[in-house]
Ligand binder design. Sequence first.
Ligand SMILES: [Zn+2]
Length: 191
Amino acid sequence: MTKYAIHHSCGHTVEHQLYGPGKDRDRKEQRLAKQPCESCDRERRAEAACIANAGLPALLGSAKQIAWAEEIRANLLAQIDAQVAAQCQCWLAMPESEAVRALSEDKRGQAMALLADLRAKTLARVQQVRAEASCRWWIDNRAASITDLITAPIFATNPHLLALAREIAAPGSALLAMLATAAVASTLPGH
Ligand SMILES: [Zn+2]
């Protein structure tokens, strides 16, 4: 067991204990030298989370919880933003879709109203999630999906939307899948 003084990419020299045969230690030494030291890396990650969290409420919790929850929040919000943008894109294309044009005029009107309602409620729910300031909430939801965080609460508090979607579109139809999108569809019972 030997201590190696490694000159990191950030300019700091830090002592590391490297184990294993000489060849492995050389490789580890080279890999470590290409990285910033541990404290610089921690600082860089905190900074990145800080930038991603700009405009969000300050989190409530212990210093340790805040550091962890900030990383989780930045991660989850990036995923939510990407998925919601894709979902809205799909909904915007719906009026021109084959599945909607095949509906009777009545049902087409209902489908468009449902779509507008779903879109508004989705965006409102995203704002609600962004406003969540409790570290505990973010930590508890660190493995949650967009379905858990966005879609399921919308349908749980608006059961009439679910009923309407099922009335307009046949179970398993392309239209229902589009109304709901893949993420939402999995929350539709019997789908
Ligand atoms: Zn450093």
